[in-house]
Design a protein around this ligand. Sequence first.
Ligand code: SAM
Length: 192
Amino acid sequence: MGTKMNDSQFVCPWWLCYSFDNPLRKWLHNPEAILGPYVRPGDTVIDIGAGMGYFTIPLAKLVGPAGHVTAIDVQGKMLAALTRRAERSGVSKIITPYLAGPDTLGPHSPVHFILAFWMVHEVPDQQRFLSQIAHLLNPAGHLLIVEPLMHVPLKDFSYTLQAAQHAGFEIRENPKIRLSRSALLRRTVDSI
Ligand SMILES: C[S@@+](CC[C@H](N)C(=O)[O-])C[C@H]1O[C@@H](n2cnc3c(N)ncnc32)[C@H](O)[C@@H]1O
């Protein structure tokens, strides 16, 4: 099941994302508990594959008015819903929604932290994608990749981590996140 973007890419359909935002998810994936250790007031952040903003809005609250969050997605409908939610939550001034093309994430200034939550498995060319991500991160910045256990077998997650290492990342830790495989990565000194 998925929305066809082109011959090789299927993405999570916009209507399915509504089912991601419910009280059970808050128990499974508490955004403040997951992101709080990595994000400080005043930080700049990219939420890649932001969907309807389940993590974007808490990220905006964590960075506060001195910080900024860019929410990137390939589906305009996701970003439209995210924008409405950001307005209702009073954080729309801190968030810039950005509609990416299937092959390019767009030009963005490097940030302190990038979140890729349950989205990398939807990207057809992960090597290219992770190389692009590396250029969007400050030298001391961190990338948190989280993938769904039910869709991403261990061998596929290992492939993603190998691709990340080829793109110049090293693994710092594997945070425990329910129903997920995850890795916190930082750029290697050689890649900077
Ligand atoms: C399963 S949803 C997860 C949404 C959100 N991260 C969350 O956890 O609620 C995956 C999202 O990634 C987006 N996506 C897929 N490929 C992408 C790409 N190459 N660049 C940006 N967004 C992408 C999809 O459009 C979809 O909104």
